[in-house]
Design a protein around this ligand. Structure first.
Ligand code: ATP
Length: 446
């Protein structure tokens, strides 16, 4: 059996970002190792701290640097002493646009027993598919007449048929894969140009999917429906702005921002994806050990799916299901008293159920304040120098035989029967098994 290597760029970022990434990496490493693979992590110091030190959040060629990896795991950016828009534009949006990550997939799943402010969420399981490169976040506009008391600002929303077609195609495929209905979110009654184009292109794409039931719902009605009838949803297709807002609302159904994962990917599954929890840097709880790492861990499961490690992804989701079912392993945001490190240790126990690491190793994993590199090293992961130190990285990655998941054999088929049995032994709704999971699914998380 050829050993498979997954090369990851890890960007912890700011606030709780490094804490949740540090908690996630050992879990991913153990899950990959469980299938005979190896996780190789490079820790990139991009974010607000770097900005204060060097004047830049990330190198100008950040997209080119991460292209040398199989995927990016990203925590969060944003801190009180750096203007909000700088890390968002110079890192997050630069990567999304530079890598052409046209689709943002944000699954909403209510784990049994996880409290939500919304009364009846049992069985809620849908995915928001959000356009990721344009719309109201295109960055086109300007301000004039500053200081006159009559200042004006113009923010131009850009909607292209190409981008709508791209994201709608992905969403309808996803609805077909899930055998679920699709809701296309619009506001063409009030915004008669951009969203009229959305309606038109979505209808054209829908014509190619006669097996998918779909309807158009205006965004205001959609907000109400997500609370009143969340179980009626399967796939929610939305523009950049609407998808951003609705997916935070969705996160609340699933127990809060700390539980919500996301994937930024190319519509056709090619290229390098960026996987991040839906939450931001939450500076109010940074360093306190209260950060829930599960949104980041579930983002890691999406990453594994996307890179062809479907069995490892199933192991991670099973571990999350086992962990949230353990009331002693819940962080305060979902009604528990556990710390990030305790949740990380529980996850690692669950994912390595048959190959328990030494006690000292488990205790050291995911402690708040550890960098991704430290956590990875302590968990026995192979480390490489930062990408910026490695101008020839592309050659190295190329030698792995291309990006798994897009062109590699499915991991499950490489497992022994014994390993398969181990893989399917996990409990819970995140379930699915190595054998029955689609190999390159990017959604349907947890
Ligand atoms: P952004 O605009 O960058 O998305 P935000 O302003 O929406 O950020 P977040 O940082 O996402 O804010 O967090 C909002 C609040 O939710 C935080 O103040 C924190 O209390 C809570 N929160 C977010 N993420 C988590 C988490 N992983 N665990 C626990 N609580 C969290």
């Amino acid at each position: 059996m050829t050993e498979r290597v997954l090369r990851l760029a890890a960007i912890g970022g700011d606030g709780i970002g490094p804490e949740v990434v540090a908690a996630t990496l050992p879990v991913l490493a153990a899950a990959v190792e469980g299938g005979g693979g190896t996780l190789v992590v490079s820790d990139l110091d991009w974010g607000g701290e770097r900005y204060l030190r060097t004047g830049e959040v990330a190198p100008a060629d950040a997209p080119d640097i991460v292209r040398n990896f199989d995927a990016v795991l990203f925590g969060a950016v944003g801190r009180y002493d750096v203007p909000d828009d700088i890390p968002v534009w110079d890192l997050v949006i630069r990567l999304r646009q530079g890598l052409q990550l046209a689709v943002n997939v944000r699954p909403v799943h209510a784990f049994p027993g996880v409290p939500s402010p919304v009364r009846d969420v049992e069985g809620v399981d849908f995915v928001v598919v959000r356009e990721n490169t344009e719309g109201e976040y295109a960055g086109i506009g300007g301000r004039a007449h500053g200081g006159t008391g009559a200042e004006i600002a113009v923010e131009v929303a850009v909607h292209s048929a190409a981008a709508i077609r791209r994201v709608a195609g992905y969403a309808f495929q996803e609805a077909r894969r899930r055998s679920a209905p699709l809701v296309a979110v619009s506001k063409s009654n009030a915004m008669r140009h951009g969203y009229a184009l959305w309606d038109q292109v979505v209808a054209e794409v829908a014509a190619g999917f006669p097996d998918v039931a779909w309807e158009r719902v205006f965004v205001d009605a959609m907000a109400a429906r997500m609370i009143e009838r969340p179980r009626s949803l399967g796939v929610v297709l939305a523009s950049n702005l609407f998808g951003d807002i609705l997916s935070d609302l969705g996160a609340v159904l699933g127990g809060g921002l700390g539980m919500a994962p996301s994937a930024n990917i190319c519509a056709d599954g090619s290229g390098v994806g960026l996987f991040e929890p839906v939450h931001g840097s939450a500076p109010d709880i940074a360093g306190s050990g209260a950060a829930n790492p599960l949104g980041c861990v579930l983002s890691g499961a999406m990453l594994l799916d996307h890179t062809g490690f479907a069995a490892a992804a199933a192991r991670v989701r099973d571990a999350v299901a086992v962990t949230v079912a353990d009331l002693t392993a819940r962080t305060p945001d979902i009604g528990g008293r556990a710390t990030t490190a305790q949740v990380a240790a529980r996850l690692l126990d669950a994912v390595t159920a048959r190959r328990r690491p030494a006690r000292s190793e488990r205790d050291s994993v995911g402690r708040p304040g550890l960098t991704a590199r430290e956590a990875g090293t302590r968990a026995g992961m192979t480390q490489t120098p930062d990408a910026e130190d490695q101008p020839d990285r592309a050659t190295t990655v190329g030698e792995t035989g291309g990006l798994p998941g897009r062109n590699a054999a499915p991991e499950a088929s490489q497992l022994s029967e014994d390993e398969m049995a181990d893989t399917v032994s996990g409990a819970g709704p995140a379930g699915g098994t190595a054998a029955d999971e689609p190999e390159s699914s990017t959604a349907g998380n947890g």
